[in-house]
Design a protein around this ligand. Structure first.
Ligand code: SF4
Ligand code: SF4
Length: 135
């Protein structure tokens, strides 16, 4: 079993297509939609967690890519700028997944890409714009 957290970018002509349904029914994948932003006649974006057998995952993502979806790893879109961060910990208390956390012994803040679901809650609370999401 393999799991990937991805951003699906739908071009306008694919927004009405049942791509996720096909990934579930034809490629036997489990899809957990973490976040969605769809605007009719414009690009749409889904943040998803996709899991299944590795060969099904590879084939399903190839199918979606061949259709015209732009697929990127979620981690690529969420960035923590350690240079700007002053470890105030404001973001750690709002982060729902523990992607942003603080080590109490030395009060060091760290960011774990793999836990991030791109909910954006950390963006407005950071006074130094250390968290950036590009989509
Ligand atoms: S975007 Fe959400 S899940 Fe990701 S680090 Fe920020 S608060 Fe945590
Ligand atoms: S809110 Fe900003 S400055 Fe404070 S710990 Fe989080 S990323 Fe660093």
């Amino acid at each position: 079993m393999a799991t990937k957290r991805l951003v699906f970018n739908f071009p306008p002509h694919l927004i009405d297509q049942p791509v996720t349904y096909q990934l579930i029914t034809e490629h036997n994948l489990k899809i957990n939609i973490l976040r969605a932003r769809i605007t009719p006649r414009e690009w749409g974006r889904l943040v998803v967690e996709v899991s299944g057998k590795k060969q099904n995952l590879d084939a399903g993502l190839q199918f979606a890519s061949d259709l015209g979806l732009d697929i990127k790893p979620l981690a690529q879109d969420v960035q923590w700028d350690a240079e700007k961060c002053i470890a105030c910990t404001a973001c750690c208390s709002v982060c729902p997944t523990g992607a942003l956390s603080v080590t109490r012994q030395d009060m060091q803040v760290s960011f774990d890409h793999d836990k991030c679901i791109a909910c954006e809650l950390c963006i407005p609370v950071c006074p130094y714009e250390a968290m950036q999401i590009e989509f």
